[in-house]
Write a protein that binds this ligand. Sequence first.
Ligand code: AMP
Length: 378
Amino acid sequence: MRQITPNSTVGVFGSGQLGRMFAIEARRMGYRIHTFSPESGTPTGQIADAEICAAYEDLDQVKKFARAVDVVTFEFENVPSICAETAAQFAPVHPRGEVLHVAQNRLREKTFLSKNGFPVAEFRHIKTLEDLRNAVREIGIPAVLKTAGFGYDGKGQAKINSAADCREAFRQIKNQEAVLEAFVDYERELSVVAARDAAGNFAHFGVIENAHANHILDVSFAPASVSGQTQKEAVEITRGILETLDVVGVTTVEFFLTKGGKLVVNELAPRPHNSGHLTIDACVSNQFEQQLRAVCGLSLGSSEFFRPAAMANLFGDLWENGNLNFAEALRNPNVKLHLYGKQEARCGRKMGHLTALADTAREAVEIVTKARKNLTAK
Ligand code: AMP
C-alpha cells in the first residue's frame, strides 16, 4: 500500500464529532482534511480545510470529492455503499466498502459473525409478523427485535416480553426487515477498540467498560473491571474479527459479558467509537491517530495508557436550564473538556465529553461524574 504522508489530503465521509476528532489529529500531524456530508457548518467542517455539502447519493459530487483527496475514510457507517464504491474508483477507501456493507446491516453482521464462529446471541431473520411469532416460539422470551438496517443507540428496537407483544413490537419498528435476538442477561457491557494496518499488524486499547443511560453510552472507563482471562478473550475475538474482515483502520467490537462470564458480541462499528474517546487524553496514540496511520499506510502507534481513565458524555439535556458552569467542572486539574461545536443542544444529542485520568479507573469515574454534575452547579 502506498504511504500517504503529511501534507496529503484525507477525505472523510460524514461530518459529526468522530470526524471532528479525527480531523484534529490529522491536522496536528500536518494533513489536510476534506469532509463530505449533506450538512454544512458541521463539527467536522469547522476543523476541515474543505466542507463539501451534498447528498451521499449525488455521485457526481462524490467523484469530484474523491478526485481531490489522496485517501478516503468515513466517520459514519451508514454512508450508502454505492458512495464508497464510487469513491474507490478515484482514491483508496479504508476500511474497504465490504466492511461497511457488513457492519451497516444487523442481519449481515450477525450472519458474518456466527458463520465465522464468533459468539453472538441466537437470532432469526424477520420479514413478516408470522416470522416474528415463529421466531419468538423458537428463541423464547425475553427477546429483542431490531431493524436490520440503520440502527444505533437503541433506535429501531423493541423488547418482547411475551408472545402477545409481537404485533405491537413489529408495528413499533414500522414492519421493517428485522432481526430477533435472544435477550442477553448481561452483567457488564464492554468494548474493544482496535486498529489494523495494511501489513496486518494489530493494536488495541484493552477492554473498556461502558455504562448506558436510555440505551445511549453514558460513561466509559478503562481498564474494565473484568478478569485477565476475559480481557484476553475479548481482545482475541476482536483480533479475529478484524483479520477476517481484512480491516485497514479502526474497528470497535461491543460485547455483553454474561453473568456466567461468557462474552457475546453485540455489534461492530467499523470506525473509532464513543467508548474510545478516553484514549485521546489517556494514550500515547489515540484511536483517531491509529485510524489516520492505518488508512494512510503508516505503521500503528503505541496504544499504551498513561493512567487509568474515564469518560462521561455531555448530552444536550444538560443545557436545559441555560449555560453550563465550565469553570466549576474544570476545577479539578485532571479533568479535560471536549466540545463538538454543535450549535443546538437537543435532548439526547451528544454535545461533548469530559475525561479524567486517575490512579484507578473507579477514581477516574468518580472525578469525571462529579465534574459533569458541577456543570450545572449555580
Ligand atoms: P444496540 O443498539 O444494539 O447497541 O443496543 C443498545 C442497547 O440495548 C445495548 O447497549 C443494551 O443495553 C441493549 N440491548 C441490545 N441488545 C440486547 C440484547 N440482545 N440483550 C440485552 N440487552 C440488549
